[in-house]
Design a protein around this ligand. Structure first.
Ligand SMILES: Nc1ncnc2c1ncn2[C@@H]1O[C@H](COP(=O)(O)OP(=O)(O)O)[C@@H](O)[C@H]1O
Ligand SMILES: [Mg+2]
Length: 269
């Protein structure tokens, strides 16, 4: 295992194809020397250098509080970096975030929330066009296609509260797909899913990865390593080895120091 001081994400299949062009065509996400945090004096992410290539399936692991969700917020433009540069499809975050589909972490859920499956997926069309325009026939077609892709079309009229954790997650993935993204960002998609259903979510993501780049945060180290193409270990900085195998040493490197860090800057969770 090699720990590099600056980590570049290169899918295994493309690792021979390096070019001096700073934004090569198949780079879909690029972070250069990014520092980010909620307080300029206490950065959460330090010196992040990350390149994600087209059709990569990147699994991001790391300890709680290591900055994984913060990294997603930076990509979505919800948190402006303190320093450094973020490019999505070669554009600034403001221009590039329309290429992103986001599946947020489900922390808790009100089972009585009165909304149907197809209504949730339709919300994915909101970012397209003006805010108050009516839904068009094309929107409806895209919603149906998104439900088909996640195999939830049959349940489209069900209240979302009646679904299992795994089915609900499929609906949220369909909502993200309805925005027609080129890159799917998922924050712990299996966290609220029955362990038996986790692999069905991963199988779905594997299918989507045939045409969509995926960046997925997960704690599910054992299962995800047989699905992802690359793994990133994030604990404030990146610890990365570039392949899908994780060594005990690598985990040790990533998961160490979190205690020191929280002592140093305070745990705000
Ligand atoms: N909105 C916020 N304001 C201040 N601190 C925050 C905020 N969100 C997260 N943090 C802090 O940032 C650190 C990283 O959090 P997060 O990115 O959620 O980590 P992870 O997703 O890896 O568990 C934690 O110490 C957390 O307390
Ligand atoms: Mg998180």
């Amino acid at each position: 295992m090699i720990l590099l001081p600056k980590f570049t994400f290169i899918p295994v299949s493309n690792s021979h194809d390096l070019s001096p062009n700073p934004y090569r065509k198949n780079e879909v996400i690029r972070l250069n020397q990014v520092w980010a945090g909620y307080d300029p004096h206490e950065p959460i992410l330090e010196e992040i250098n990350l390149t994600v290539h087209e059709l990569d399936f990147l699994g991001l692991i790391g300890p709680n509080g290591g900055g994984k969700t913060t990294l997603i917020k930076v990509l979505l433009g919800l948190l402006k970096p303190l320093k450094g540069e973020v490019k999505i499809m070669g554009h600034s975050v403001i221009q590039g975030r329309r290429y992103l589909g986001y599946v947020p972490q489900i922390l808790e859920f009100d089972r009585n929330f009165p909304v149907r499956v197809d209504e949730v997926v339709r919300m994915g069309r909101l970012g397209k066009g003006s805010l108050f325009r009516p839904y068009t026939k094309k929107d409806e077609e895209i919603v149906i296609q998104a439900l088909e892709k996640v195999e939830m079309l049959d349940l489209r009229n069900r209240p979302i509260g009646e679904l299992s954790g795994g089915q609900r997650q499929r609906v949220y993935i369909a909502r993200a797909l309805a925005s027609e993204p080129q890159i799917l960002l998922l924050d712990e998609p299996t966290a609220s899913v029955d362990p038996k259903m986790c692999s069905s979510i991963y199988e779905l993501l594997l299918k989507l990865n045939e045409y969509i780049t995926i960046v997925m945060i997960t704690h599910d180290i054992n299962t995800m390593s047989s699905y992802v193409k690359t793994i990133g270990c994030l604990n404030r900085r990146f610890h990365y080895h570039g392949k899908q195998q994780i060594t005990p040493k690598m985990l040790e490197q990533t998961y160490q120091n979190i205690g020191n860090r929280e002592q140093g800057i305070g745990n705000r969770e």
